[in-house]
Design a protein around this ligand. Sequence first.
Ligand code: RNT
Ligand code: ZN
Length: 425
Amino acid sequence: MFPKNNEAQVQKGYDFAKEAYAAYGVDVDAVMARLEKIAISMHCWQGDDVVGFEKVESLSGGGIQATGNYPGKARTADELRQDAAKALSLIPGTHRLNLHAMYGEFGDKVVDRDAIEPEHFDNWIDWAKSLGLGIDFNPTCFAHPKADDGFTLSHSDDGIRAFWIEHCIRSRQIGAYIGKALGSPAVTNIWLPDGFKDIPVDRHGPRARLEQALDAVMKEKLDPQHNLDAVECKLFGIGSETCVIGSHEFYMGYAIKNQILLCLDAGHFHPTESIADKISSVLLYVPEILLHVSRPVRWDSDHVVILNDDLRAITEEIIRNNYEKRVHIGLDFFDASINRIAAWATGTRATIKGLLLAMLEPTQMLRDFELEGNYTDRLAMLEELKTMPFGQVWDYYCLKNDVPVGADWLNEVKAYEKDVLAKRD
Ligand code: RNT
Ligand code: ZN
């Protein structure tokens, strides 16, 4: 089994770390207070491999793909809630849940996407209330017969386009309903797979249709206290390798023009392109952004987020610039080859670690080096900071927030696997 925490030892480590950071002028207690205020939007779809609860035969599609068949995945909303609550109990802080329209509870009825109602999400709202969570929302514009040919809101068929417009209109209303009920705005994020596998002749037409469709979707003004709109671009997907209609330029223009949120997904750009570098630019032109923190491996593979340089660059940008009120941090990964609760916990804990590491940085000192043109000290210090006793602060943060310290959380995952997941198949 994995080692259990020893409170006295954690405290000792923390005292030591506190002094080490204080030498650089970093107040570790203030850092922890700041960290506690940041909510991560944990995505529900890691829990069931992006399947949902519609009464239609589940269809894959949309160019996204969960691979693996680890046993014990959630089959019902109750199971998914139970699993998500388990994961959240292993993650320090109070967070949010990111829901997709396909996770509505429709009873025995077949409710098509253009007929979803706020009530279909009441159980989620009650559950979120009981745990003090906020909820974010997404229309589901994929895995549906009307998306089978790869087009939704930009479809050339008026009827199909109208169907998806209705779905997105209802999704925004549901977002507002949820946000009102929970007293915290839901970020409703629109992503659609529309695009061409092979070289199109007309790139303008679908984009013009998408713009019009989005205008129809966004027509109803909703109270920003209840709902915030976001749009998510992509470079390519499986089956849309040559041209994605909702490209970066398309949505950046749309978000700026309409002053809504732009969603940047770490896996939706060229593999060497980092979303971290985009944040400071786009925040000059849009009020707020949404992030889909993901881990692309060679493509938009949606691997579980880990504390790598990409994640660190993202969290550093947020923290160094005090952007935490303007950047909504959502997660977007789905690995079906490992324990799904461990996947959630690993990715969410890693993201919080990234934020903590960034907060422990003596940024002003580094900025001063940079302004003086002293790149020697800037580089050398950035390297030295990597071996500061960050782990001791992280352990203490977990202890303080009543979640397992170190690898101890894996003991709980193992027990849950035995008691709950193993009984599902
Ligand atoms: C797909 C997008 C999108 C989805 C989720 C399920 O490439 O990243 O955000 O992953 O909506
Ligand atoms: Zn995404």
